[in-house]
Write a protein that binds this ligand. Structure first.
Ligand code: 4IA
Length: 401
């Protein structure tokens, strides 16, 4: 596809998906926000929004900025998606609504109450086991990966075998929302096998009784969605529910390790765990970006975005926009993080956010009861991904309470 080169609006030649930007996007984000409410990204022929006001408004406007043409760079009006599109993420009303209703019923706060006690026990056991092995560990595998990978696939009801495929699947999925760069090329070889494995887990006979997966199939029996839709709705859980919570928890642990006074506050007031997690999601924005597609010529201030053009929403930049947040770069439990767009906003806002908060709350509470101080104990390492702001290694040293 060719794009008209726009010279009538602020432009950037920087590739947001380059290693340098992914390693530390803060300078690029500030430049984008300061350049204007809408910026043209000539590296990919797309538009960008990085200020909170515009990102928030565009996410509310699902009629003007659709998801059904894909929320990655690839435009489904012109290109075939690498996997059958998600019925939730890559869909618009009215088709979007029935699958969304099924999942929001399954994952609302009331429905999750039955999971709380068990998850709290698992978190306490996990933290005890980690601490018994030593007070220095890599928090990414030891906690951030271990906890969600133990509780969430069980809650969905998939078999134990093959769960090691979940993170590589997610990693590729989140890379593919970006351009076909070397990260996508590296994942491409394994992608068909990972996709086949995930698809197999979504079938009715694989899913344990009582789990989210079986409940999705039960919703199909009741006619709330079709039997053809059921496996794809299960797939959404396996796609959106693993890497995101792993990296949300990693972000929270990193935040506390680098803000020791905030850790003391959490220890004094463990009820702050939920706010702390939302503040960590605002501060780190594990899901950094996704796209929308203009459904008509849309005017934003002086700029018209033409019908069919892609717009990249910088959630991470909006979540640190000084026009919206005071001292945005500070992780602070006394701030009200509500209004952050780390879970998206509007019609598509994360349907699993209560699950994510519950996981984080269980783990942070278990840690706060047992750990007096947390510090970074060695070189940290990012895991570069086209969409996720992810940690590969977080060496930590703790003292116990
Ligand atoms: C899906 C944006 C991200 C958290 C996400 C990824 C995949 C799906 C939904 C959301 O496959 O439905």
């Amino acid at each position: 596809m060719t794009h008209t080169i726009r010279t009538d609006l602020p432009a950037s030649t920087v590739d947001p998906f380059s290693d340098d930007v992914l390693e530390d996007p803060s300078g690029f984000h500030a430049a984008l926000r300061d350049a204007g409410p809408v910026v043209y990204l000539s590296a990919h022929g797309v538009y960008a929004m990085a200020r909170h006001e515009q990102v928030h408004a565009a996410l509310r406007d699902w009629q003007g900025f659709q998801s059904g043409a894909g929320v990655g760079l690839s435009n489904f009006r012109h290109e075939k998606p690498w996997r059958p599109p998600s019925l939730l993420l890559e869909a618009d009303p009215p088709g979007h609504d029935a699958p969304r209703r099924v999942l929001s019923g399954l994952l609302d706060l009331r429905a999750l109450r039955r999971l709380r006690e068990g998850w709290r026990d698992v978190a306490e056991q996990l933290v005890d086991t980690v601490l018994a092995a030593g007070t220095e560990f890599d928090a990414v595998p030891a906690l951030a990966e271990a906890f969600p990978l133990r509780v969430f696939p069980d809650a969905v009801g998939i078999p134990a075998a093959g769960r090691e495929n979940l993170l590589p699947y997610g990693s590729h999925l989140f890379n593919v929302f970006g351009p076909a760069n070397e990260r996508v090329a590296e994942g491409a070889e394994r992608a068909p096998a990972l996709q086949a494995w995930v698809t197999a887990q979504c079938q009715r006979d694989q899913l344990a009784e009582g789990g989210f997966g079986a409940q999705i199939w039960a919703a199909a029996d009741r006619g709330e969605i079709t039997p053809e839709q059921a496996p794809l709705v299960v797939r959404s859980l396996l796609s959106a529910g693993v890497d995101t919570t792993v990296q949300g928890i990693a972000a929270a642990l990193h935040a506390f390790a680098t803000h020791p006074r905030q850790w003391q506050r959490l220890r004094e007031q463990p009820g702050l765990a939920r706010i702390a997690f939302d503040e960590a999601v605002r501060w780190a924005s594990p899901v950094q970006t996704f796209f929308r597609t203009a459904t008509a010529d849309v005017r934003i201030g002086d700029v018209v975005i033409p019908d069919g053009e892609k717009i990249l929403m910088f959630l991470g930049a909006a979540n640190r926009d000084p026009r919206r947040w005071s001292d945005p770069d500070v992780f602070d439990l006394s701030r009200d993080p509500s209004g952050h767009v780390g879970f998206g906003f509007g019609l598509h806002q994360c349907v699993g956010q209560h699950v994510a908060r519950l996981e984080a709350e269980c783990l942070l509470t278990a840690l706060a009861a047992r750990v007096r101080t947390i510090e970074i104990a060695g070189p940290t390492r990012r895991r570069l991904n086209n969409t996720m702001r992810a940690w590969g290694a977080l060496p930590m040293r703790v003292t116990t309470a």
